[in-house]
Write a protein that binds this ligand. Sequence first.
Ligand code: CP3
Length: 351
Amino acid sequence: SSPTPACSPDGRDPAPSLLVRAARGEQVAHPPVWFMRQAGRSLPEYRALRVGTGMLESCRTPDLVTEITLQPVRRHGVDAAIFFSDIVVPLQAAGIDIEIVAGVGPVVASPVRSAADVEAMPRLSAEQIPDITESVQRLVCELDGVPLIGFAGAPYTLASYLIEGGPSKDHARTKALMHSDPATWHRLLSTLADISATFLLTQLAAGASAVQLFDSWAGGLSEADYRAFVLPHSQDVFAAIADYDVPKIHFGVGTGELLAAMRDAGASVVGVDWRTPLDEAARRIGGTVAVQGNLDPALLFADWHVVEREVRRIVSEGRRAPGHIFNLGHGVLPDTDPEMLTRVVELVHSL
Ligand code: CP3
């Protein structure tokens, strides 16, 4: 039999990376830094590679996934790579008719709104995503010690796309189903928790060093509704990956009132947007988990002296938390000057 390559999953984190140490709350010289949506339209080399290939087709093509994931690591010198994929990839892989329309987002052919729709939902099996395993394995080799963050969409955010049929500001149909037909709601979320768990387990088994569960739109819920209708299902996702001793990041936008509840889902790092200072976020979370964030991505369009002041403030507020991973408060906006991101990385590394 062939010898185990150094980059096999068994070789994961021979010396724990800065990301892993910060997530554990260990003393580090400076916070690790990476950016949500660091791979994507802000990079001309990304736009060049994507010409002629649809978003979801790109996500299922290991040559493209590998190259696009590596681009921001090479360019910015970030402390982690985020797997190039999308939260709807496992839904499409399971057989749901869903597309990503450029400039719009995910669009679902037949929205899921009734008990019968939920009953008809397919499950995801690992055999349907061998390309994800291949892409992650290749990346772990190529990244040569830089940790790879795998991810999935959380059940609530996935449900919002399936029920609304596409992006939505108010999530009215989603909340209507949640409250009008709780049994159907819980069946849908538990199906989605299964799909998310399979997608995360595939990435972890292939060698991902950390994971992030994106519940981007959970911030639209009251804490009471979040705890009753969403938290148990996100808990199921984290429970499914509990055997992996890796940082488990949980992020949403506008979740200042939900930070402790999102920790309760089973996260070891809670992502925070720009609305809540990190020291205040740590206070609300209580306990010992680390925080991630939280530069407003819009401020990358301001003059450098503004960005510099904000980065210094965030790093100093992060020092009052039990561990800090520097990031934006949401994804890189498409028109961002990538030079700004490189300068932010250099600045965080110098502090
Ligand atoms: O660099 C990275 O962060 C990794 C790749 C990544 C993408 N999507 C690639 C992508 C990640 C982690 C995601 C997660 C994702 N996808 C979320 C959660 C994170 C968040 O932003 O809150 C959500 C809600 C989605 C759904 C989705 N996919 C949206 C809203 C959009 C944007 C639509 C648009 O064109 O503005 C997408 C498409 C998408 N996903 C792009 C990328 C790089 C843009 C596609 C393109 O380049 O044409």
